[in-house]
Design a protein around this ligand. Structure first.
Ligand SMILES: Cc1ncc(COP(=O)(O)O)c(C=O)c1O
Length: 413
């Protein structure tokens, strides 16, 4: 792959038109045709994120000494997210580029913590449910750790007894999701925390999807299982602001239970010409815009804004689930706790249904095991639930008409 830079620069108005045109085949997330990737609250919130991002686009989160503005906004965001997930004054944390980086930092801290407390362990292992996000495997790969995946229980949540049985003398870390990406169920974090305490493990809670909105959904009266830092045995938690925090992309929070655990996550270096290099994240340079946009969105929405979003997406979920129940052969997988849902089918290939939905211009999330169709509901989905269900009923009929024909579309994230 190689190309030459254009010799002459071109005017921005021409380029911006061209760039807008690049989008023509992109996912129509404004119209709610998407199953994942974009969390859009409304145009007013989008404008705030865009303008706040632009205000701090040039500032660098690597230099908190010279940008006290970013230091202030980052610590405010971290403290507010900690407050949402049961954190107390002891909690420490940082903003990262996303869930993958937050999870990487948690795994790194767990490995260092084990090196200090269990130096006999030379090949550290992480016990995680089959439903855990691959970010933990990516982290383990980079960190020389191994993930032992354990089948989920009949409710599709982490099976605590099976995870306990998978612990070996090499296990240093346990992993829980709140909720899982694929089916949207929250793992039994309280029981996994108790297990972690009993067996001397670091438990990370991946609340990348549910960390910000989950507490508001619970406040509305939905029975969201506890998953916070107030549960004994939870050492770290990740929550993505660029998902249910409705902030701009490039914003997540990694939280450590206390300063001792945070210290395990730090990496410092001074054997180079410029002296001590110490950053709390994997990234060096960090976009000031992402920090600023997260701060502005949290403040413009406030608790009442998130409560409103939570109500909208949960009502959309209820209408979707009720509509699915009216389509012969379809059923929801498990009991989703938040705004992510997946459904499967009896007697027909659900992925053939997915193909028919794709032909009707819906971007469909496919689940391989159990076979299903997945979607993450956001406020832009609320007005299109009926259209979605009408196309779904037609797609089920189309799949039945072609009965015996299985989808050949590979299941790719
Ligand atoms: C449960 C869960 N954890 C972690 C991640 C990784 O987050 P990111 O894509 O922001 O790195 C995702 C992404 O969808 C997720 O759903």
């Amino acid at each position: 792959m190689s190309a030459r830079l254009p010799e002459r620069g071109r005017p921005w108005d021409e380029l911006s038109r061209e760039m807008a045109d690049f989008k023509r085949d992109d996912l129509d997330w404004r119209g709610g045709r998407h199953a994942a990737f974009v969390w859009h609250a409304d145009e007013a919130v989008e404008k705030v994120a865009r303008e706040a991002y632009a205000l701090f686009m040039t500032e660098n989160g690597l230099g908190l000494r010279v940008f006290p503005s970013l230091r202030h906004m980052e610590s405010d965001v971290v403290a507010m997210v900690a407050g949402l997930v049961g954190g107390d004054e002891a909690v420490r944390g940082a903003m990262t580029s996303g869930g993958t980086e937050s999870i990487f930092l948690a795994a790194h801290a767990a490995r260092e913590w084990a090196r200090q407390h269990r130096p006999d362990v030379t090949a550290p292992e992480i016990v995680a449910a089959f439903s855990a996000h691959p970010a933990i495997d990516k982290a383990a790969h980079y960190l020389g750790m191994r993930v032992v995946r354990v089948p989920t229980g009949s409710d599709h949540r982490a099976d605590v007894a099976a995870m306990a049985a998978a612990i070996t003398p090499r296990t240093v870390m346990g992993y829980a999701s709140a909720p899982t990406y694929s089916l949207g169920v929250v793992d039994p974090v309280a029981a996994l925390g108790a297990l972690a305490e009993e067996r001397g493990l670091w438990l990370h809670v991946d609340a990348c999807v549910g960390g910000v909105l989950g507490p508001f959904v619970r406040e509305l009266g939905y029975p969201v299982p506890a998953f916070g830092l107030d549960l004994p045995g939870v050492s770290s938690l990740s929550a993505d602001l660029h998902k249910s925090g409705y902030a701009a992309k490039g914003a997540s929070v990694i939280l450590y239970r206390d300063v001792v655990r945070e210290a395990c996550g730090r990496w410092e270096f001074s054997d180079w010409p410029t002296g001590l290099y110490a950053v709390p994240t994997f990234a060096g340079t960090r976009p000031g815009g992402a920090i600023a946009a997260a701060w502005a969105v949290i403040h413009v929405l406030g608790a009442e804004g998130y409560r409103r979003i939570a109500a909208t997406v949960m009502q959309a979920r209820e209408r979707l689930v009720a509509g699915l129940a009216r389509i012969d052969g379809l059923h929801v997988w498990g009991e989703p706790d938040l705004y992510a849902v997946a459904y499967g089918a009896e007697g027909l290939d659900i992925h053939a249904v997915a193909d028919a939905m794709t032909a009707r211009r819906w971007s469909v999330g496919r689940v391989r095991k159990p076979p299903g169709i997945h979607l993450m509901l956001t406020p832009v989905h609320a007005p299109i639930v009926d259209d979605y269900l009408a196309d779904l009923a037609a797609s089920v009929s189309a799949a039945r008409a072609g009965a015996g024909v299985s989808s050949k579309t590979p299941v790719v994230y």
